[in-house]
Design a protein around this ligand. Structure first.
Ligand code: HEM
Length: 239
């Protein structure tokens, strides 16, 4: 409000920005965190590894607050737990011209013809699957459906490719329209996760199956209780 008029956002711009940040910024990060906490509740050993990382930092840095710059350096396991589930499942792109999309390896069409590229016509909508890429066996190994943070700590197939803006994952998309908030989201997720894991233990809730439901973002819903909307039933114990 105090800046000069030509640098100020108009009321309309301010409202538009607020809406984008609330939806693109909040729902995405909140749902990612819900999934991380859900997976941690099923994986007690991963929780211990996370806590050990925080303890090691406390021992070596004393009472100093943890800063954003520390995340990449001192918290590799925490970082690894944040990857995997892309809460934006698909992205649509419209071809602005007739073009050809090259394929990384040949494909067999329904009619048995082998192709090494796909032709698109101007105006044609192409659906890209972020979920599909993040679970490709040839990139992530033979268990891409398993939540296994260690996968991201070893150099191998997963580090040969460079698709997205972060961690060779498609979660934040790629190219000129990739997520502008990815760095902020990663810092936010680190901060919340470190704060929670030091104070609480997460345990699975008995007898529930949580399903990933594509609903704008991929929301966790309890099987048979989809009408109640997103839920992540986990038991939380104070440490
Ligand atoms: C885990 C958290 C997040 C994920 C997985 C995520 C994912 C994505 C993806 C996949 C896109 C590309 C959409 C497209 O190409 O059509 C995108 C765009 C965008 N994201 Fe995020 N996002 C996250 C957090 C945030 C945060 C925290 C902010 C803002 C503070 C943000 C702001 C935006 C904006 C404004 C765009 C549109 C960029 C453009 O079209 O030029 N996102 N995000």
């Amino acid at each position: 409000m105090s800046t000069d008029a030509k640098h100020k956002l108009s009321e309309e711009e301010l409202l538009a920005q607020t809406t984008v940040l609330t939806i693109a910024g909040h729902d995405t990060t909140a749902n990612t965190l819900s999934w991380v906490l859900y997976e941690l509740a099923q994986h007690p050993i991963a929780q211990t590894k996370l806590r050990d990382e925080v303890k090691a930092f406390r021992v070596s840095h004393g009472d100093r607050d943890i800063h954003a710059g520390d995340f990449d350096v001192s918290f590799p396991y925490t970082t690894a737990t944040l990857r995997f589930l892309p809460i934006v499942i698909h992205l649509l792109r419209k071809a602005s011209n007739d073009d050809t999309i090259p394929l990384s390896k040949p494909l067999k069409t329904r009619h048995g013809k082998e192709i090494s590229s796909i032709s698109v016509k101007r105006g044609q909508v192409v659906l890209t699957s972020l979920w599909g890429y993040n679970r490709l066996e040839e990139i992530w190994g033979n268990d891409p459906d398993i939540w296994r943070p260690e996968r991201f700590l070893t150099k191998g197939e997963s580090t040969k490719h460079s698709v997205g803006v972060y961690g060779n994952l498609a979660s934040f998309s790629s190219g000129v329209h990739s997520c502008i908030g990815w760095r902020f989201a990663i810092i936010e997720l680190h901060s919340i996760l470190i704060t929670l894991i030091e104070r609480f233990e997460f345990l699975p809730a008995p007898d529930v199956t949580v399903l990933p439901v594509p609903a704008g973002t991929v929301m966790p819903m309890v099987k048979g209780e989809e009408d109640k909307g997103p839920q992540v039933p986990i038991t939380i114990r104070s440490l």
